[in-house]
Design a protein around this ligand. Structure first.
Ligand SMILES: NC(=O)c1ccc[n+]([C@@H]2O[C@H](COP(=O)([O-])OP(=O)(O)OC[C@H]3O[C@@H](n4cnc5c(N)ncnc54)[C@H](OP(=O)(O)O)[C@@H]3O)[C@@H](O)[C@H]2O)c1
Length: 382
């Protein structure tokens, strides 16, 4: 007998665990397959999987809620306890048309984190983009602080670019670097970290005024900069590209890049369109770290909330909150847009490394990009 949409949504919404937490992670699912897996765990193994169309009907009716406990271990000893709160934004509703509903969802998730007594909250993926400028509209915070997690994300993107260049025998100093979404929090942080070590930078976003402001800042430090709102307008091809635009779905076509260019897709959801033709490009997913002191979810969402081919890999934005919780440094480390500097990146990387949080092995849709790195059993490429 079929279950009603309202019935399933109410059942899933009720099962909030009792919580006692250092940190909260606010997230949303990147694709419908991930959303279906989350629902399956919440409903329990006694319920058969729901058909795809029912999942799409039910999902928007589930309010933001905690779905599991998270325990993060440090290599220095000690643990931090947290909770993962899903805002249940339907994966195909990230675009501007759903802005009000999505903002309400992230606010609901943030209120949940405050009520749970989280000392620090990491804002995953679009959560920080949506709530940016609206944090003052949250309920009274009682000591809960928020971090976008973007500083550690930038650190892992930059480390990934340097590692990929080393693996491919490329000289970053002779490279032209393209950043798509350059004026964003992640993009501008990457620009500040990498501009001093490349030959020149190409900055792309839609708003020309903001591009001019960033270009002026970099040029003042002697960087060679070109800006354009269209990717075809640049005078040179990029050898290295970072894709960090806030795109609602993987729709970016990079077009003209150098043959064999190194391309980092740091978007969540991914930026790059699967149909993009980039012959010989060395693509990897950026901004990911690995927590080597141990990571546990209860109930077990391993491989569902972190869908990567290696164990204990998590997005930098969420890891930043865990690293700060392990350090017992409950402060809004990353806040606002456009304030990420190389000094702050170094500071958060040092904190993360002290607790065993390092750059994750690099991979893309086909699997690992490094030789000799084993995938988790059961992980499927594509
Ligand atoms: N890997 C990770 O761990 C991680 C962590 C945090 C964030 N992220 C992801 O990184 C991306 C950026 O996040 P953010 O916090 O930096 O966002 P943000 O501050 O809102 O910046 C978004 C940037 O994208 C640009 N943009 C938007 N649409 C564009 C388009 N169609 N073409 C070119 N540029 C476009 C924006 O400028 P204009 O509006 O002027 O175009 C802006 O420069 C998101 O996908 C986010 O989910 C990943």
């Amino acid at each position: 007998m079929g279950e009603s949409v309202a019935g399933v949504a109410a059942n899933v919404a009720q099962q909030a665990p009792a919580i006692d937490v250092d940190f909260a992670l606010i997230g949303h699912q990147e694709c419908w397959r991930a959303a279906a897996d989350v629902l399956a765990v919440l409903r329990g193994p006694e319920h058969p999987p729901l058909p795809d169309d029912e999942i799409r009907d039910i999902f928007p009716w589930i309010p933001p809620r905690a779905i599991c406990h998270v325990e993060a271990g440090s290599i220095a000893g000690g643990k931090a306890r947290g909770v993962y709160i899903d805002s249940f934004i339907p994966p195909d509703r990230l675009d501007a048309n759903y802005m009000r509903d999505n903002l309400a969802r992230v606010r609901g998730a943030a209120a949940y984190a405050i009520k749970a007594g989280a000392k620090i909250v990491s804002l995953g993926g679009f959560s920080s983009i949506l709530i940016e400028g609206n944090l003052d509209q949250l309920p009274e915070r009682h000591g809960t602080v928020f971090t976008t997690g973007n500083t550690l994300t930038v650190g892992f993107i930059v480390q990934g670019i340097k590692k990929m260049c080393a693996l491919e025998g490329r000289n970053l100093r002779r490279s032209t670097l393209l950043i798509v979404g350059a004026t964003g929090d992640v993009g501008s942080g990457c620009a500040r970290c990498l501009a001093p070590v490349v030959k020149r930078v190409l900055l792309n976003a839609r708003n020309m005024e903001r591009l001019r402001t960033l270009a002026a800042e970099l040029e003042a430090d002697g960087v060679q900069v070109e800006i354009a709102t269209g990717l075809q307008q640049f005078s040179a091809e990029a050898d290295v590209a970072i894709c960090a635009a806030s795109l609602a779905s993987p729709s970016l076509l990079l077009g003209r890049i150098a043959p064999g260019a190194i391309v980092c897709d740091a978007g969540y959801p991914k930026n790059l369109s699967p149909s993009g033709q980039m012959a010989g490009a060395k693509i990897f997913f950026g901004g990911l770290g690995q927590i080597t002191g141990g990571l546990r979810f209860k109930p077990d969402f391993q491989g569902i909330l972190n869908r990567h081919p290696f164990p204990d890999v998590v997005h930098g934005c969420l890891l930043e909150g865990m690293a700060l919780a392990l350090e017992r440094r409950f402060e809004p480390f990353s806040q606002g847009r456009g304030f990420i500097t190389p000094e702050r990146v170094e500071e958060i990387e040092t904190i993360a490394a002290r607790h065993g949080i390092f750059l994750a092995p690099l991979y893309n849709a086909d699997g690992p990009v490094e030789d000799g790195v084993e995938c988790l059993a059961g992980w499927s490429a594509g």
